[in-house]
Design a protein around this ligand. Structure first.
Ligand code: GLY
Length: 346
């Protein structure tokens, strides 16, 4: 299983980790934000000896051009196939850096140090790497797990509330996949004022759940599709927002997607009361997605074109109950529209 280090002292743990990994040259990939805000937490570690590569922040830079710039920086720095890349950042940095490492000289070692809640519980773990291409998210990529992931909630002290809530939506998704105890625990967590003494435990629970799923199905042939809960509808919301040049945070779209997909899950036996409780939590913390019934056809078309579907059929990951996943579910278009109505009108 992928090595995850739950750290209370990133600099010391990184130095210890690097001491046990064999490499010739060391590189540190950051974006402009993590270079400024997160790199100082590595002070005193072996990472200070690394050649620094800094790329532009945000998803707009998750491009072939940025990837080429990273390859070029590795070449310029004399990287060999025995070199090691540390990726310090959110999902954009760990996805792109992981793909650069997976492809440079057919693969060099890399270590992820996620700095956002979203990347800690999702992107940095499980081996999906990639870049955006042709207007599509993560269109080019490879499955390649980092040699190790260092997880420290210390990085989250500089993260804003919107990004914290965004990451928390993936944790809520993991809780729904896990079972009643974790689900209730997550509905009771105070998202308005994150308790940093409790957060490391919740983050670890989330990562353990994800690892359990990924270990069983690393290349998403079956069970890993469970991690798409909330994402079939959520991605359509993201695409609609993007079309209106009005981007939404990924986790917010997933949270609204979860509401719709739990509504659809009730057709497969998911308890209505649990759906309503989850909906109340999401309405309170994530507000509303701004759309009308005039958007339904467009949203449906986005869902049909999702790269996870085939032949125009939409395959949903749904739940029969909290902790009981049902993969590859088909529902009628009318039911999908009813789910949209439910999200808008409750
Ligand atoms: N983000 C979902 C997965 O890693 O499969």
């Amino acid at each position: 299983m992928q090595q995850i280090i739950y750290s209370r002292n990133v600099a010391a743990d990184l130095t210890q980790l690097l001491g046990g990994l064999h490499y010739d040259r060391l590189f540190l990939l950051t974006d402009e934000n993590t270079h400024r805000l997160c790199r100082p937490l590595l002070k005193g570690s072996l990472a200070e000896q690394a050649e620094s590569i800094v790329i532009g922040a945000t998803d707009e830079n998750k491009t072939p051009e940025t990837l080429m710039a990273v390859w070029q920086a590795l070449c310029n720095g004399g990287a060999t196939r025995h070199s090691l890349l540390i990726c310090l950042g959110g999902g954009m940095v760990t996805d792109l850096g992981g793909f650069a490492a997976a492809t440079f000289k057919r693969g060099i070692k890399f270590v992820n140090i996620p700095t956002t809640l979203l990347s800690m519980v999702d992107a940095a773990v499980g081996g999906k790497t990639g870049i955006n291409f042709n207007g599509l998210k993560n269109e080019i990529g490879a499955f390649r797990e980092a040699d190790a992931v260092i997880v420290s909630t210390d990085f989250l002290h500089t993260l804003d509330d919107l990004n914290m809530c965004s990451g928390y939506a993936e944790m809520l998704k993991h809780a729904l996949l896990d079972g009643d105890r974790m689900w209730a625990e997550h509905l009771n967590f105070d998202v308005y004022s994150f308790d940093f003494s409790l957060l490391p435990t919740l983050v670890k629970e989330s990562i353990v759940l994800k690892q359990r799923v990924v270990q069983e199905d690393p290349h998403e042939q079956g069970l890993r599709k469970a991690l798409n809960l909330g994402h079939t509808v959520g991605h359509a919301f993201e695409s609609l927002a993007l079309q209106r040049q009005n981007t939404v945070f990924h986790g917010y779209a997933v949270a609204w997607g979860l509401v719709c997909e739990l509504f659809l899950s009730t057709l497969f036996g998911f308890p209505v009361e649990k759906m309503r409780q989850t909906f109340a939590f999401i309405r309170e913390h994530y507000g509303r997605f701004n759309f009308t019934c005039d958007d339904y056809e467009t949203l449906y078309a986005y869902m049909q074109h999702d790269k996870k579907n085939m032949g125009g059929h939409i395959n949903f990951t749904l739940l029969e109950d909290v902790g009981r996943v049902k993969l590859d579910c088909r529902v009628s278009k009318e039911d999908v529209f009813a789910a949209f109505d439910f999200l808008r009108e409750g």
